[in-house]
Structures are given as structure tokens and as C-alpha cells.
Write a protein that binds this ligand. Structure first.
Ligand code: SF4
Length: 366
């Protein structure tokens, strides 16, 4: 347990209340929020607009940051993967993906993951623990500082995806708090419309999520069109089988607001779930539930010791054509950062020695 208070996981209102509780004015709380979230400063020493005495007092009772960066790996395609450590030495992984018109940061909601999806390397860690709101926010601060410099405004928009390690819906309260902190216009100002979270299908939480007014976009990881296959690939299906999951999805779809995105993710595993018959079964399943959501096909990212291979481009295109012929809008997601184990399903605290020698490996400061 941390004894000092972790301030980076506090809202602006909470910081004002906190500084008032130690005899300061609310104005100092607003300054503190600005320093942490807008200028992305990671220590009180750097906050020179605060009186020295206050900085000293903060140092003795609170923390401005808790994550440390152990390693950074840079892919040939510019993707950066960060392996960080929590104060209690647990791994946290974050991926920064630069694109022409925007950057995407894929963050983790848990250290490890309790779900046992067989195509995912993270599953092999098991659940180490859920991350705090501060630990979620810090991943984004660290990635932006590293890409652009401390406090420098990103030149393009920043999108966030909660598709790193962990099941976000098993840490929903912390996730929503982190997203609210990051949406604050006085801080990072990353609004819910720029955020997508992905769930393996925690059905009661899909219903809970539907009630949240400032929710981000939602993606559901399907991976199989039948219970038999999904039980095998995503054991969470034994608890909430496809019919139950898709009923909840239908209810959720009815709450969608204009411009809100709702998608299904389908990882393509060669010879396992990628045949034309699977595509037909998937289309029938979605059509039977009258779901209009789009499907994203994600070529699997092979990673030892997982037993799967990636479907060929031709198979992925045929799968897409079959879905489209049955009225399902389908996209193929281009894998990024495969060479540094930064792609989907590859996050498992992979140490430097396991990463290809063609890749630049740097230790970076906190
Ligand atoms: S795919 Fe997602 S939910 Fe499944 S084990 Fe991996 S991190 Fe967990």
C-alpha cells in the first residue's frame, strides 16, 4: 500500500479540496492540477509556480507520479512500447502509435489479466492487480512526454484505446475516473469521443456502461461465431455465452447517441476461426440479433508460446467479402508494432532480450 497520496489520480475538485485540507487556497489546487495534467510535470520540484514551502510539504505527504519506465522499445513503423513498473513492482504496458492525422495511445487497465483468452499473451501473466486511476492517467502523460517533450502540445489529436493489458470492465470505476480526469479542459482535454474501450464481454458491466452519460466508445471482442469455439478461445464465454452477450449488445446499441461508435473486434486465427463458414455464421449471428455494429477484423499477432498463426491476407479479404455480402460493414485493422511485441494480444511484459535485435531499445528516464 502507498502511504503518500497519489495526486495524479485526482480530479481538479479533489485537488482543490486536498490543498484546502492542508490550509492552502483552492487556487493552489487548480495550479497543481494544471501542473500535473496540462504541463505534465512528474515531480513537485518542477512546479516552480508553487511556493517552495508548499512543494516541500507536498513532497512529504503526497506523490506527483508513481510509475517508472523500465524500458522503451521503438518499432520500425514508429510505434513505441513502454514497459513500466508500479510502486509495488508490477508491470504496466502502454503503446504509442503515431499516425498521419492523429496519435493513438493504447493503455492498460490492469497489470496482467484474469481472463484466459488463449490467443493473448497477457493472459499468461494472470491478474496481478487492477490499476488505480492515477496509474491509468500516468501512462498517457509518460507516452506524450516521451513523444513530444514534457508539456509540449501534441501536434495532432490524441486518441486513446483501452485495449492494452487487462479487462477494462473489471476495473470500470477506476477507468471512468481516469477518463474524466483526462477529459478536463484544464488538463489533457481528451474527450470521451476520442476514447474506445474494449471488453471481452462482461455482460452486467455492458448494461452498467449503457447508463453512463460521459462514456467512451465501446468495442466487444468476439473472436468466434459459435459458443463451442468461443468457449475454447475466450473462456469468459462459459459465464456469459454469445446469446446473452449479444442481447446485452442489442440493448446497448439502442442507447447509442449520434456519432457514437460501437464495434465488434474479431481476431483472425489461421485455420481456427477464419473460414468462409465462420464468416457466414458470424454474419447470421449478428443479423439474428439485428445488430448494426461494424466488425473490425484483426489479423492475429503471432507470439511464442501461443499456438496460433495469423490468417493470410487473402483469407482475411475473403472473410471480409462474405460478411459484407450479408450486409455487415467490415474493416481490417493493420497491425502495428509487431516487431516489438506491441501489437494486440502481445503485451506480456516482454523483456528486452526477447525483442528482435533489429529494434532500438532504450532505457528512458521517468
Ligand atoms: S485479450 Fe484482453 S481480456 Fe483477453 S486475456 Fe488478453 S488482455 Fe485479457
Amino acid at each position: 500500500m502507498l502511504e503518500a497520496i497519489e495526486l495524479v489520480g485526482s480530479t481538479q475538485q479533489e485537488l482543490q479540496a486536498f490543498v484546502e485540507s492542508i490550509g492552502e487556497t483552492a487556487y493552489r489546487g487548480r495550479q497543481l492540477f494544471n501542473a500535473l495534467q496540462h504541463r505534465r510535470l512528474r515531480s513537485f520540484e518542477e512546479m516552480t509556480e508553487l511556493p517552495k514551502d508548499l512543494r516541500n510539504r507536498l513532497n512529504s505527504i503526497a506523490l506527483a507520479s508513481t510509475l517508472t519506465v523500465e524500458s522503451r522499445y521503438i518499432s520500425e513503423d514508429g510505434t513505441r512500447r513502454y514497459l513500466m513498473k508500479t510502486h509495488d513492482k508490477l508491470p504496466v504496458e502502454t503503446v504509442f502509435i503515431p499516425e498521419e492525422r492523429r496519435d493513438t495511445i493504447c493503455f492498460s487497465s490492469q497489470s496482467g489479466c484474469p481472463l484466459q483468452c488463449t490467443f493473448c499473451l497477457t493472459a499468461q501473466l494472470g491478474l496481478l492487480r487492477s490499476l488505480t486511476p492515477g496509474e491509468i492517467v500516468e501512462q498517457i502523460l509518460i507516452a506524450l512526454n516521451d513523444a513530444y517533450g514534457v508539456g509540449v502540445k501534441p501536434p495532432r489529436g490524441t486518441n486513446l484505446v483501452g485495449m492494452g493489458a487487462g479487462e477494462p470492465f473489471l476495473n470500470l470505476d477506476s477507468l471512468m475516473k481516469a477518463l474524466r480526469i483526462m477529459a478536463d479542459p484544464q488538463g489533457l482535454h481528451i474527450v470521451p469521443n476520442r476514447v474506445t474501450v474494449s471488453t471481452a464481454g462482461v455482460v452486467p458491466r455492458i448494461r452498467e456502461f449503457a447508463e453512463i452519460s460521459d462514456r467512451p466508445h465501446l468495442a466487444i471482442s468476439l473472436a468466434a461465431p459459435t459458443d463451442e469455439l468461443r468457449d475454447e478461445l475466450m473462456p469468459i464465454n462459459k459465464k456469459w455465452p454469445l446469446n446473452e452477450l449479444l442481447d446485452a449488445c442489442k440493448e446497448f446499441e439502442q442507447t447509442l447517441r449520434p456519432g457514437e461508435r460501437f464495434t465488434f473486434e474479431y481476431v483472425m486465427l489461421a485455420g481456427v476461426n477464419d473460414s468462409e463458414n465462420h464468416a457466414r455464421q458470424l454474419a447470421n449471428l449478428l443479423n439474428r440479433h439485428a445488430l448494426r455494429a461494424k466488425v473490425n477484423l484483426i489479423p492475429h499477432n503471432p507470439a511464442e508460446p501461443l499456438p496460433y498463426k495469423s490468417s493470410s491476407e487473402e483469407v482475411v479479404e475473403n472473410f471480409k467479402a462474405t460478411l459484407e455480402s450479408k450486409g455487415i460493414s467490415t474493416y481490417v485493422r493493420r497491425p502495428r508494432g509487431r516487431d516489438i511485441f506491441a501489437a494486440c494480444g502481445q503485451l506480456a511484459a516482454m523483456p528486452a532480450e526477447s525483442v528482435s535485435s533489429a529494434v532500438e531499445v532504450n532505457a528512458v528516464p521517468r
